[in-house]
Design a protein around this ligand. Structure first.
Ligand SMILES: *[C@@H]1O[C@H](CO)[C@@H](O)[C@H](O)[C@H]1NC(C)=O
Ligand SMILES: *[C@@H]1O[C@H](CO)[C@@H](O)[C@H](O)[C@H]1NC(C)=O
Ligand SMILES: *[C@@H]1O[C@H](CO)[C@@H](O)[C@H](O)[C@H]1NC(C)=O
Ligand SMILES: *[C@@H]1O[C@H](CO)[C@@H](O)[C@H](O)[C@H]1NC(C)=O
Ligand SMILES: *[C@@H]1O[C@H](CO)[C@@H](O)[C@H](O)[C@H]1NC(C)=O
Length: 414
């Protein structure tokens, strides 16, 4: 009898320890989750999870039908919160094993520089509800966006909307030789592998001769950027407000938009193009996360307050590289990702603050947030981290392109 009682007590102790360990692990492992979500995850049996997925996919079927008919008339009304939330939930539940995101390493104010780390005393947390996070992002959309979109529609009106892929870049006079090297790389690695595409380069201030030689050699269409129709600060090129403007406008013309800065090289990515586009279609977009710098360190505080967040929430997340990315033309990407991104571009204190410092160099001891700013890149990072609930692996490319700043060429012929 006492033997039995002993075993019973040992079993109880083991069970209690396991439960405690599991909830500790869940809340520790994903700092974005409050305890509330950790409990939620625990309380989900397999049956319940399956049922949720069934409901989600039924809704998606219904919305797909709606989307099909809406597409036919081109004007859509699928930017409702309800519709976008269904799509977001589906994207999150379709790849349950791809959870990877923020680091688990704890911050040490005395030691660390700009690397991502978990700030255990951060008073703010992300909501565990995708709908709530989606609503927060959508609430930053600027209504005056519509009046400016027409400027870009005018610029891109002659771009045919019949291509599956749009490859797009932009260059100013001081990036002319870098851009030539990029064009050469695109001709070598993308042109032979893609069909049904068009290549566009925006002129952000090339000299007349540079423009002439680009048009002659690039195998692309060179378009003007409508600076005169946009707020004056769009001319401050280092704020990169032009990038969300170009991407948001051009995505209407294609199925996949491939953005590349003039420093981007494809020579080790071109092999896996099919899987890159397949992933993009399923997940909405493909970016590259995994920079050595934390979003919290490399983003000005004003931008976090624009999003209603505190910098320390973003401590564990590495920046994304906005130098390249593949965007799928679908309502979720247009309305929940690109419109909010462009809205930030239109709000000076969000993307283009007067005193924003690009350089993060120098000793960062003690560790602090808001040291420098990454403009377009900071903003897109915040939007995606929030929407995808920190599961950056979901939208991370399975391959990395090369960014070779100052890799130049004299490739265009006179
Ligand atoms: C964590 O965030 C809080 C609030 O912003 C800040 O006061 C504290 O210094 C941060 N801790 C570390 C280790 O960075
Ligand atoms: C090119 O792609 C578009 C959009 O995906 C498609 O509608 C069109 O039929 C394709 N054209 C050719 C020639 O394959
Ligand atoms: C470039 O300039 C040359 C000489 O002025 C001219 O003949 C040619 O048509 C121009 N090419 C383009 C694409 O504008
Ligand atoms: C890609 O091209 C650059 C030159 O533009 C070269 O230095 C680099 O080694 C190449 N990378 C690979 C993986 O081939
Ligand atoms: C919306 O964009 C306009 C144009 O740039 C800007 O003046 C305005 O402040 C923005 N509104 C908000 C709420 O950010």
């Amino acid at each position: 009898m006492s033997y039995c009682k002993g075993t019973f007590i040992v079993l109880i102790v083991i069970t209690v320890s396991l439960i405690t360990l599991q909830s500790w692990y869940l809340s520790r492992w994903w700092p974005i989750l409050g305890n509330e979500q950790a409990q939620l995850v625990q309380s989900w049996g397999k049956g319940e999870a399956k049922e949720r997925n069934d409901i989600t996919s039924k809704k998606v079927e219904k919305n797909k039908a709606k989307e099909g008919s809406a597409r036919a008339v081109l004007q859509t009304d699928d930017d409702t919160i309800e519709n976008l939330a269904v799509i977001l939930n589906k994207k999150l539940s379709d790849f349950p094993s791809e959870k990877g995101g923020p680091t688990k390493k704890l911050c040490d104010r005395a030691k660390s520089g700009s690397a991502p780390c978990v700030n255990t005393t951060c008073p703010a947390r992300f909501s565990s509800s995708p709908e709530t996070r989606l609503k927060q992002i959508l609430s930053t959309r600027n209504e005056s966006l519509h009046s400016f979109k027409s400027a870009m529609a005018e610029v891109t009106r002659d771009v045919s909307a019949s291509n599956k892929y749009v490859l797009v870049s932009a260059a100013s006079a001081n990036h002319y030789h870098e851009m030539q090297a990029m064009v050469k790389d695109v001709h070598t690695h993308l042109f032979p592998r893609l069909t049904n595409f068009t290549f566009i380069i925006f002129d952000l201030g090339l000299s007349p001769l540079q423009r002439n030689l680009t048009e002659k050699n690039c195998g692309c269409t060179v378009l003007d950027f409508p600076f005169d129709k946009l707020p004056a600060f769009f001319s401050i090129l280092r704020c990169y407000t032009w990038k969300p403007m170009i991407i948001r406008s051009l995505i209407e013309k294609t199925e996949f938009l491939v953005w590349m800065d003039s420093s981007v090289r494809w020579n080790r990515t071109a092999k896996s193009l099919d899987s890159l586009f397949q992933r993009c279609k399923e997940r909405g977009l493909q970016m590259w996360f995994g920079s050595v710098g934390s979003v919290a360190v490399r983003t000005q505080h004003d931008m976090f307050s624009f999003y209603g967040d505190q910098p320390c929430q973003y401590d564990p997340f590495g920046e994304l590289h906005a130098s390249y990315g593949v965007y799928h033309n679908e309502p979720f990407v247009r309305y929940a990702v690109l419109d909010p991104w462009l809205s930030c571009a239109f709000t000076r204190r969000c993307m283009c603050q007067q005193n924003a410092k690009r350089s993060c160099s120098g000793k960062l001891v003690p560790r602090r947030t808001g040291v420098c700013h990454r403009f377009d890149q900071s903003s897109l990072g915040i939007i995606l981290i929030k929407l995808y609930g920190g599961r950056m692996k979901l939208i991370n490319m399975n391959t990395q392109m090369e960014v070779r700043r100052r890799d130049k060429a004299e490739w265009f012929t006179k």
